[in-house]
Design a protein around this ligand. Sequence first.
Ligand code: ARG
Length: 632
Amino acid sequence: MLRSIERALIDGLAGAVTEAGHDRTVDPSALELEDFDDDEKGEFSSAISFAIAADEGSNPMSVASSIADAHEAAGLPEGIGAVTVENGHINYHLDVETMARRTLSAIGDEAASYGAREHAAPETIIADVSSPNIAKPLHVGHLRNTILSDALMNVLEALGHDVARDNHLGDWGVQFGNLLHEYVEFGDEDAFEEDPIAHLLDLYQQFEQRDSMLEDVEAFEALTGSFEEAVAAERDHHTAAGKEWFARLEDGDEAAVERWERFREASIERFEAVYEELGVDFDLWIGESFYAREGWNDRIVDRALEEGVAMRAADGSAFIPIYPDEYEDAGDPERVDVDPSLARAREALDAAGNVEDADFDPFYIVKSDGSTVYGTRDLATIAYRIEEFDADRSVYVVASEQDHYFSQLFVAARKMGFTDLRLQHVNYGMISLPEGSMSTRGGQIVTVREVLDAARDRARDIVEEKGRGVDDDEVAVIARKIALATVKYGMVASNRGKDITFDIDEAVSLDGDTGPYVQYATTRAYSILDDAESVPEADAIDPGAFNDTDHRLIYHLGRYPLVLNLCEERYDAAPLARYLLDLAHVFNSFYHKNRVLDAESAAGERLALTAATAQVFENGLGLLGVDTLAEM
Ligand code: ARG
């Protein structure tokens, strides 16, 4: 209902602006949705008069009046009762009865699909979600990624887009050559069988630590003669062996591939157990290795060199130069302006004498030893998504740490002529846990497993404390659902760009801005409905019976579809998470003020309103991947 009112208002406003003799285009941002808490302001408000007055050199108050008069004369859309002008703002007030009737019947009719719709311009979207590196445990960063991306993709699907979630595994690169080398020299079959990821992580860290230690020793100036040589030789031995194994892997050498496959499979098995617990599914698992092994990498490199987009450096490496002015609007095919020719790079190179000092950034696609890199595989992925999926948009849910990398990638992709596909980096901030909140087995890394276990333990304490005599099995089921709500809300309730500190003790609480708080409000709605003898249908009620508190709740229910739009606009699930928190607050005050069941009047109306609220909680929490609970 609000969605159609909003559209009609924007059209009407545009007409009124012209009618009143002003010259200005009106787009959706001209209209703002207000909170339903201030009668004077109205529920929709426009500040367009200020912009017009600034252009015309006139007075915003009189501009606002002229537009409001013209709009009223042309007729306000159904559902809007009045338009007023205040301090230069044009305020539209809902006709609350129409609003109540239409909102409740929309929720009643559409039920589980209330809020969902067909999109006017649906896109085929392929999104990189989760995308961890194999041979390492999933850590809290992956938790934020996985939960955010799953919720966001659910919303995009509900809004009519065709979405494929791709778990773009990091399963290729010289680090796996290093790991193969380390495993062959120091690996332990039993330790691997026992806990493959832990063992591989140990080996990986051993390699890295040895390398940096030897590097430090090498840099020590007092080193002399044979000792210096021995250190260098030791370091070279490991580095060369790692490279050698990666080369063997890239060449398809059986011994290398067979071991690497074991690492990969064991990792995937462990990852899947976690995803299952989180209730998250993927449509595709196309790791980086696919592009290397199926020839996509080679084709990208050939193409970039043949088309003269990439150049070879003296050491045999190849890169696509990115000029400093090219970073803007890189993801938007219609706006980006790039110079694919190499002329500028050659000049810059002549002037500087070497790649490092030249006035461009090299986006490497081949290293001096001939191996490909992360960026090569991302370009190959783009080619693949265009050719095999005819995708409209390629989305990357990846931490902000890779912001710079992605802007380079996007410019490189444009230079290669991949202009039909929108490229979008959905970045998110860091996540940390407060000091001492959890003891971690692994030392520095906080794993997803540890977080989930801790959340479940705390949730169980809460359920047991309430002690309503439910049996142990039930306690376990409820605790698991509360734990998931805790973690999921903790990951998405803040705007994705923000760094967050996840405090489990706060996040599990039933009264804070938490997932369990929203779950609890829903459970309360269920129990009211359970205790009622019958709940009337939306069309059978009298919309004139509602008071202000009821109207406020109805207005919030009506806003839900607009909140989903906001999520799409921002490519974030936070607006939805916060909306549900607001709804829980509004519903709780409705419940306390109106005492639904023993209300003297409008009991049926309020039951219908409670049923509608429960439906919206279900729909919204469903998109966030949070289960509702009949009992808590
Ligand atoms: N595996 C990478 C990492 O853990 C993330 C991959 C993101 N997706 C991509 N197409 N680059 O850092």
